[in-house]
Design a protein around this ligand. Structure first.
Ligand SMILES: C[S@@+](CC[C@H](N)C(=O)[O-])C[C@H]1O[C@@H](n2cnc3c(N)ncnc32)[C@H](O)[C@@H]1O
Length: 245
């Protein structure tokens, strides 16, 4: 999707449709949303939050309101955090949400592909933003170029649902059509100077039912294991953990 359309879409949806209360409506307004929050938080804490390790220089693409940034800031207040988002409305929410940590956090209103201000970084994080980039190879190259050798990255992105959608006759909207297969994304990181050390399921959606207990049950069964064909089938999003060589 064209970055200008993404910027306008998020600026409008954050300011108008969601009444400025994006984070609450996205992650806490229903049992299914709260289950999604729980599964994402546990996965980040389990696989990405670098317990006890000092990050130094953290880079996040598409923080939105900073929902997950807080998890890292809570663990490591001494590092410098650079957050890049194309939407001024989203960045405004992040600034409000993270005001308690303002000394360490820097906000950049930019298309990530044009972000050249700072770096290099020791840690890269992004949740649910990759799918907006039409050319994943250009994006992966950019991420790898911004990391120091030995730097780590953790990326969460939506699982493509082409097979299920076809089966139940659901059309994927243009806005969400850029989802990438875990194997293809792993291949891109490997091809551009990174070693993938883990691929994990993150959120689960039991097909056809909007039922938080079923989603949580799938998470309880599969979340400790690497992504496999069964968990991929039920997953709504997955994560890739990598190290820059
Ligand atoms: C679905 S939201 C995810 C927010 C948050 N990370 C989360 O997981 O709840 C996607 C975010 O990515 C940002 N984004 C999309 N394309 C971008 C680009 N080209 N450069 C920078 N940010 C971008 C959007 O503005 C939005 O804030």
């Amino acid at each position: 999707m064209n970055p200008e359309d993404v910027r306008i879409r998020y600026n409008v949806s954050v300011a108008d449709k969601r009444g400025g209360d994006y984070e609450h409506k996205r992650w806490f307004s229903s049992a299914v949303a709260r289950a999604g929050f729980f599964m994402t938080k546990i996965t980040i804490e389990r696989h990405a939050a670098l317990s006890g390790k000092h990050i130094e220089h953290y880079l996040e693409l598409g923080p939105g309101p900073g929902t997950w940034t807080k998890l890292f800031l809570e663990r490591d207040k001494a590092s410098a955090y650079d957050l890049v988002d194309i939407s001024s409305e989203m960045l405004g929410l992040a600034q409000e949400n993270l005001s308690a940590y303002s000394g360490n956090v820097h906000f950049f209103e930019k298309n990530f592909l044009e972000f050249n201000e700072a770096g290099p970084y020791n840690f890269f994080f992004s949740s649910r933003a990759l799918e907006y980039f039409p050319d994943k190879e250009v994006l992966v190259k950019k991420i790898a170029a911004l990391l120091v050798s030995g730097g780590e990255g953790f990326v969460i992105t939506k699982t493509p649902k082409y097979a299920i959608n076809k089966l139940i006759g659901r059309k994927t909207s243009d806005f969400h059509s850029g989802q990438v297969d875990p194997k293809a994304l792993t291949g891109l990181f490997e091809a551009h100077g990174c070693t993938v050390v883990g691929v994990y399921p993150v959120t689960f959606n039991f097909p056809l039912f909007r039922a938080a207990p079923l989603n949580r049950a799938l998470f309880a069964i599969f979340s400790c294991l690497p992504l496999n064909p069964i968990s991929q089938f039920f997953s709504e999003s997955y994560a890739i953990k990598f190290i820059k060589r």
